[in-house]
Design a protein around this ligand. Structure first.
Ligand SMILES: Nc1nc2c(c(=O)[nH]1)N[C@H]1C(S)=C(S)[C@@H](COP(=O)(O)OP(=O)(O)OC[C@H]3O[C@@H](n4cnc5c(=O)[nH]c(N)nc54)[C@H](O)[C@@H]3O)O[C@H]1N2
Ligand SMILES: Nc1nc2c(c(=O)[nH]1)N[C@H]1C(S)=C(S)[C@@H](COP(=O)(O)OP(=O)(O)OC[C@H]3O[C@@H](n4cnc5c(=O)[nH]c(N)nc54)[C@H](O)[C@@H]3O)O[C@H]1N2
Ligand SMILES: [Mo]
Length: 746
C-alpha cells in the first residue's frame, strides 16, 4: 500500500543550510517536527541568513523567523507564480542558468503573467508589496534555500505545489548550489528508506515502474522465474496496475462501483504494518471498511488505534512487532543518506521483528523458499550455508536498486561510517581522517564502491567522482516540439557535455569507447539502471560522466493534465467566489483503484453550513496518531487533551469561552468533541486541529476496548474524523491541509 504522504527527499541536506543567505520555509514547521534539523536553520540565522516563513498558522517556526507572512491555505501555486512574475519582470531571473540547464522557462514566464501581484494578493491574502519584497530579497540573496513539507503535499493540488517550488528555485538558479536547493523535510524515521524500498503502490523498489521490464529486472535479482511471479497475480494487467493507496483502499471495500478497478472484486483483507491508519482523513469511511473486511491484521508494537475504532469482534489480529530498538539494519534519512542502526536488545516476550513475521507469513502462504532464495544465493557466494540478516538483505538491495544508485553502498561501508561517525564534518558531511573520500550516509546516488555519495544533487560544477551531476535525462533527449533536453554545460573532467542516460546500445557512441566481446555480452539489452553488472556505470564514471545523463530540468510536463502548475481552489474552499475562475480538476476514474470526485464534490455551496477554514498539523510532544507518544507517561502529560485553536473574535461570536467544550463538524456531517483554545495563531476565518490524537470517536471514549495493560495515558478525538474528502490528482495524498468545518458550543 502506498505511503500517500510525502514523496520527496532533499536535494541538499540539513547542514548545508548553514551556507544559505536566505531560507524560505513554506508549509513546514521544523521547530516542532524536525527540532534537531531546526538547529542548522537557527545556525544559518546566526550567520546572517534571513528566515522567512509562509504559513496560514503562526507556528513555532514562524516565531523564530525574521518575517512571517500569513497565506491562505491551498494557494501556494499562486504565491510562487506571483514571485516568478515579479522576478521575471524585474530581470532578477538567472537567465544564463535557465538557458543552459532548463527546458520550458519561457512558457512558465508566460504562464506567470496570469498571476499579477494584485491578483495573487487577492488569492493568497499576502499584500502585493510584501510579495514584491519577498521576490526581490530572495532573488538577490545568493544562494537561497527553500524548505517545505506537508503544508504543500496534503492538497488536491499537492503535486502542482511540489512542481512550482523547484521551478521557483530554478528561476533563481538556486538548484545544484551549496546553500540552495529544495529541501523537503520528510516524516517518519526511515520514511525515505520506505519509499526507496518501494512501499508504494505505483512503483517497484527504487522507483522502477510496474511494467514487464522492471518486474523482470527484479525477478532476475531475486532468482525468481518471471512466469512464477506472473502466476501469483490474477492477470498481467493487474500485475502492472497501480494498487490502492493508503487513502483509497477504504473505497475498495465500501463502494461497489470501485470493484471493477480491482479485478472485479471487493478488497477482502487488510494487513497493516507500522501505520496508524486512523490518521488518514474521512475516518468514518475507514471504520466502515474495517467493520466490513473479512480479515484485519495489525503488525505493531502497540495496539494500533484503528484496532479499537472498528466494532468487529472476529478475524481481527494484533501481532506484536519488535520496536526499532530491537531490530537492526539500514535506515535512510531525509537527505537520501543511509545509516546503519545496531540492535540495542533482542525482542522482548513474544515480539518478533517485522521481517520474521513476514517470513512466517510467506511460509504459511507457501512461498517462503522463493521469498528467501536470493538471500541464500548471496550467503552461498560468500561460502556460508545460512544467510545473515539484515546484512545479506542489504547486499540484495544495493545490487538491485541501480535507478537511484544504491550499488555503491554495502552493509560494511555503512557500518564503518556508523562506527566512525565522529570522523565526519557535521556541516558538510565530508569524511575526515580514515573516512576521507566519502560523505556521511553515502547519500544516493552512490554509483560505485569508490564513489563518495552525493550530498548536493545537480551540482555540475564538480566532477561526478566528487558528487557532481547534471539533471537526469528521464524523458528522452528531445521534447515533443523538437527542443533538445540535453544540458548545454559540461561537467569538470567530462569528455562530453549534455548526453543521454547510458545504455548498452549507446555507450560506445556516447563515450567513444569500444567494449570487449565479454563486456558486450555482459551488458546486452541493459541500461545503467538494469542488469546485474556495474560495467556501464564504471565506464561512464571513468569518462567523467554521470550514468543517468546530463540533461535539462523540465518545467513543462507535456504528458500531464496540468502541463504547467495551475492554481486550483481546494475542494472545500473558503473562497467560493474564486472557484469559478480557479476550479479543481475533473472527476477521475480509477485513481489508485478508486473513482475519485473533484468537480462534482467542489460544486456545492459548502460555506453555508461550514464557514470556517480547517487547518491541521502537529504537536512537538506527539508523533503521528500518537499511538506511541500518548503511551509514554511524560509526553502524554505535556499534551493530554485534544483541542481546537480558534481566534477569540470568532469564538466569542459563537459563545465559546477559552477552555469550553465544543463540537467541530466536518463537511460529511461527522463531528468531534474537543476543548476550545483561544489563539491568535489562526486568523478569524480559520481553526486549527492537531492530528496526534485518537481513542475517542465522536464523543465516545474507546478506552474500554484496549486490552488490559495497553491503555494509552492520553486519548482524544482524531482530527481525521472531520477532515473531509479530497485527494491529490497525481498521488492521492489526502487534502488534510485545507478544508471546511463548523464549530458549535457543546
Ligand atoms: N513532533 C512531531 N514531529 C513529527 C511528526 C509528529 O507527528 N510530531 N510527524 C512527522 C511526519 S510523519 C511528518 S510528514 C512531518 C511533517 O512536518 P510538517 O509538514 O512540518 O508538519 P505539519 O505541522 O503537519 O505542517 C507544517 C505546516 O504547514 C502549514 N500549512 C498548512 N497548510 C498550508 C498551506 O496551504 N500552505 C502553506 N504554505 N503552509 C501550510 C501548517 O500550518 C504547518 O505549520 O513531521 C514529522 N515530525
Ligand atoms: N489531519 C491530518 N492528518 C494527517 C496529517 C496531517 O498533517 N493532518 N499527516 C499525515 C502524515 S504525513 C502521516 S505520516 C500520518 C501519520 O502517520 P501514521 O503512520 O498514521 O502514524 P503513527 O502513529 O506514526 O503510526 C505508526 C504505527 O507504527 C507502529 N510502529 C512503530 N514502530 C514500528 C515497528 O518497528 N514495526 C511495526 N510493525 N510497527 C511499528 C506504531 O506503534 C504506530 O501504530 O498522518 C497523516 N494524517
Ligand atoms: Mo508523514
Amino acid at each position: 500500500m502506498a505511503n500517500t504522504f510525502g514523496y520527496g527527499g532533499m536535494s541538499n541536506h540539513l547542514g548545508d543550510m548553514q551556507f544559505s543567505k536566505y531560507i524560505l520555509i513554506i508549509g513546514a514547521n521544523p521547530a516542532v517536527n524536525h527540532p534537531v534539523g531546526m538547529v542548522h536553520i537557527l545556525r544559518a540565522k546566526e550567520k546572517g541568513a534571513k528566515l522567512v516563513c509562509i504559513d496560514p498558522h503562526f507556528s513555532k517556526t514562524a516565531a523564530k523567523c525574521d518575517e512571517f507572512h500569513r497565506i491562505r491555505s491551498g494557494t501556494d501555486v499562486a504565491f510562487a507564480y506571483g514571485l516568478i512574475n515579479h522576478i521575471a519582470k524585474n530581470n532578477l531571473a538567472d537567465i544564463p542558468y535557465l538557458k543552459e540547464r532548463v527546458y520550458g522557462y519561457e512558457e512558465i514566464f508566460k504562464e506567470a503573467e496570469n498571476y499579477p501581484l494584485e491578483e495573487v494578493a487577492n488569492i493568497t491574502g499576502i499584500p502585493a508589496k510584501d510579495l514584491a519584497h519577498i521576490a526581490e530579497e530572495m532573488a538577490s540573496a545568493k544562494p537561497a534555500s527553500l524548505i517545505w513539507n506537508q503544508g504543500q503535499t496534503q492538497h488536491t493540488t499537492g503535486t502542482n505545489n511540489t512542481r512550482i517550488l523547484p521551478i521557483l528555485q530554478l528561476v533563481m538558479g538556486n538548484i545544484g548550489k551549496v546553500g540552495g536547493g529544495v529541501n523537503i523535510l520528510r516524516g517518519h524515521d526511515n520514511v525515505q528508506g520506505a519509499s526507496d524500498m518501494g512501499n508504494l503502490s505505483d512503483t517497484l523498489p527504487g522507483y522502477y515502474g510496474l511494467g514487464e521490464g522492471p518486474w523482470k529486472h527484479f525477478c532476475k535479482h531475486w532468482d525468481i522465474e518471471y512466469d512464477w511471479m506472473l502466476s501469483r497475480f490474477k492477470s498481467k494487467a493487474l500485475m502492472e496496475k497501480t494498487g490502492y493507496a493508503l487513502s483509497t483502499w477504504r473505497f475498495g471495500v465500501i463502494d461497489e462501483e470501485n470493484f471493477a478497478n480491482n479485478g472485479d472484486t471487493a478488497l477482502k483483507a487488510l494487513v497493516v504494518i507500522g501505520n496508524g491508519i486512523s490518521t488518514t482523513s474521512v475516518l468514518d469511511a475507514t471504520k466502515e471498511a474495517l467493520d466490513k473486511l473479512e480479515l484485519v491484521v495489525f503488525i505493531d508494537p502497540y495496539v494500533n488505534d484503528a484496532a479499537v475504532i472498528t466494532d468487529r469482534t472476529d478475524n481481527l489480529f494484533l501481532l506484536p512487532a519488535a520496536s526499532q530498538m530491537e531490530s537492526s539494519g539500514s535506515v535512510a534519512a531525509t537527505n537520501r543518506a543511509y545509516q546503519w542502526r545496531y540492535k540495542v536488545m533482542n525482542p522482548l516476550f513474544e515480539c518478533k521483528e517485522d521481517h520474521d513475521i513476514l517470513f512466517g507469513l510467506a511460509d504459511k502462504l507457501g512461498f517462503k523458499e522463493e521469498f528467501q532464495r536470493s538471500l541464500y544465493r548471496i550467503a552461498k557466494s560468500e561460502g556460508r550455508d545460512e544467510f545473515i540478516w539484515p546484512d545479506d538483505a542489504t547486499t540484495e538491495m544495493c545490487q538491485s536498486i541501480r535507478s537511484i544508485a544504491l550499488q555503491g553502498m554495502s552493509a560494511k561501508r555503512l557500518k564503518d561510517q556508523c562506527d566512525n561517525w565522529h570522523m565526519f564534518d557535521k556541516i558538510t558531511l565530508e569524511g575526515l581522517g580514515d573516512m576521507k573520500g566519502s560523505f556521511y550516509g553515502l547519500p544516493w546516488p552512490c554509483w560505485s564502491e569508490k564513489h563518495p555519495g552525493t550530498p548536493i544533487m545537480y551540482d555540475d560544477t564538480i566532477p561526478v567522482m566528487e558528487g557532481g551531476m547534471g539533471f537526469r535525462v528521464n524523458w528522452g533527449t528531445e521534447a515533443p516540439d523538437g527542443t533538445s533536453l540535453l544540458s548545454e554545460r559540461t561537467l569538470p573532467n567530462a569528455q562530453v557535455g549534455g548526453h543521454p542516460a547510458i545504455t548498452a546500445a549507446n555507450i560506445e557512441s556516447v563515450l567513444g569507447v569500444t567494449l570487449s566481446d565479454e563486456e558486450r555480452a555482459a551488458v546486452e539489452g541493459t541500461t545503467f539502471a538494469t542488469g546485474t553488472t556495474n560495467i556501464l556505470v564504471d565506464k561512464a564514471l571513468e569518462a567523467g560522466l554521470c550514468p543517468y545523463g546530463n540533461g535539462k530540468a523540465r518545467m513543462v510536463v507535456w504528458q500531464w493534465y496540468d502541463k504547467m502548475p495551475k492554481h486550483r481552489e481546494p475542494l472545500h474552499s473558503i473562497r467560493q467566489d474564486l472557484v469559478g475562475k480557479y476550479p479543481t480538476f475533473p472527476d477521475k476514474k480509477d485513481h489508485f483503484r478508486a473513482n475519485v470526485r473533484y468537480e462534482s464534490e467542489q460544486n456545492h455551496d459548502w460555506l453555508k453550513d461550514y464557514p470556517l477554514n480547517l487547518l491541521t498539523g502537529r504537536l512537538v510532544a506527539h508523533m503521528g496518531t500518537g499511538t506511541e507518544t500518548r503511551s509514554a507517561k511524560y509526553l502524554a502529560e505535556i499534551y493530554h487533551t485534544m483541542f481546537v485553536e480558534i481566534h477569540p473574535n470568532t469564538a466569542f461570536k459563537l459563545g465559546i469561552n477559552d477552555g469550553d467544550n465544543c463540537w467541530v463538524y466536518g463537511v460529511k456531517g461527522t463531528k468531534i468533541f474537543v476543548k476550545a483554545k483561544h489563539s491568535f495563531r489562526v486568523d478569524e476565518g480559520s481553526v486549527f486541529l492537531p492530528q496526534n490524537f485518537s481513542g475517542v470517536y465522536s464523543g465516545k471514549s474507546l478506552l474500554d476496548r484496549y486490552p488490559e495493560g495497553t491503555k494509552p495515558y492520553a486519548i482524544g478525538e482524531a482530527a481525521s474524523l472531520v477532515v473531509g474528502y479530497g485527494y491529490d490528482y497525481n498521488t492521492a495524498c489526502p487534502e488534510t491541509k485545507s478544508g471546511l468545518c463548523r464549530v458549535e458550543k457543546a
